[in-house]
Design a protein around this ligand. Structure first.
Ligand code: IMP
Length: 181
């Protein structure tokens, strides 16, 4: 299925970020991260599965010998508590850690994750988020590298899903309000 056909999916509304805009953001953030972490032992940590596509592009815009590691988490139905279903493979003690996230919404997931990572004594701990939707923010998250501050709309594509689908869209699209209820 082509991107053109997917955009004409009746569930999708309009394009929030086109592929070339995402590319520009990755280029910009990658350049800043390269400058800031030169001479450091940087590990990029991503939360599966949503952050995977952004990480793949961003890491190739960072001109440093970084390592990559992954976590997976699941939320309880209340949304308030989270548990780790896949932990990092490597230790992060005394290393510089940058968490690469697709979107920060309430911030509860990241708040929990940052607490877990901090307890392992990294040299530093930062956040790089492609999308920042702060309308429903409940936890104060310091986002050092932000792609776009976005309106309060549910989005899919470029790693973000609706019921597991749409992650492979090469752009980010808003979902029609009627679909989200
Ligand atoms: P938070 O804990 O409320 O900040 O939720 C963050 C996670 O919820 C993200 O990493 C996504 O996996 C998911 N999420 C939040 N908003 C959206 C969206 O608009 N589309 C798809 N997934 C979303």
């Amino acid at each position: 299925m082509t991107a053109y056909q997917l955009l004409h999916d009746p569930l999708l509304d309009s394009v929030l970020l086109a592929s070339d805009e995402i590319e520009d953001i990755c280029q910009d953030l990658g350049g800043r991260i390269t400058r800031d972490y030169t001479g450091h032992d940087l590990v990029l940590v991503t939360v599966l599965r949503g952050g995977l596509v952004f990480l793949a592009d961003l890491c190739r815009r960072i001109d440093l010998p970084v390592t990559l590691d992954f976590m997976a988490i699941s939320s309880y139905s209340s949304g308030a508590a989270v548990r780790i279903t896949k932990d990092l493979d490597d230790a992060i003690t005394r290393r510089d850690v940058l968490v690469v996230e697709d979107i920060v919404d309430t911030g509860l997931t990241l708040n929990y994750l940052l607490g877990v990572l901090k307890s392992r004594n990294p040299a530093s701990l930062g956040v790089c988020a492609l999308l920042d939707r702060d309308a429903r923010r409940l936890a104060d998250i310091p986002i050092a590298y932000r792609g776009l501050k976005m309106p309060d709309r549910f989005v899919v594509g470029y790693g973000l899903d609706l019921g597991g689908r749409y992650r492979n869209l090469p752009y980010i699209a808003t979902v029609r309000d009627e679909v989200m209820g």
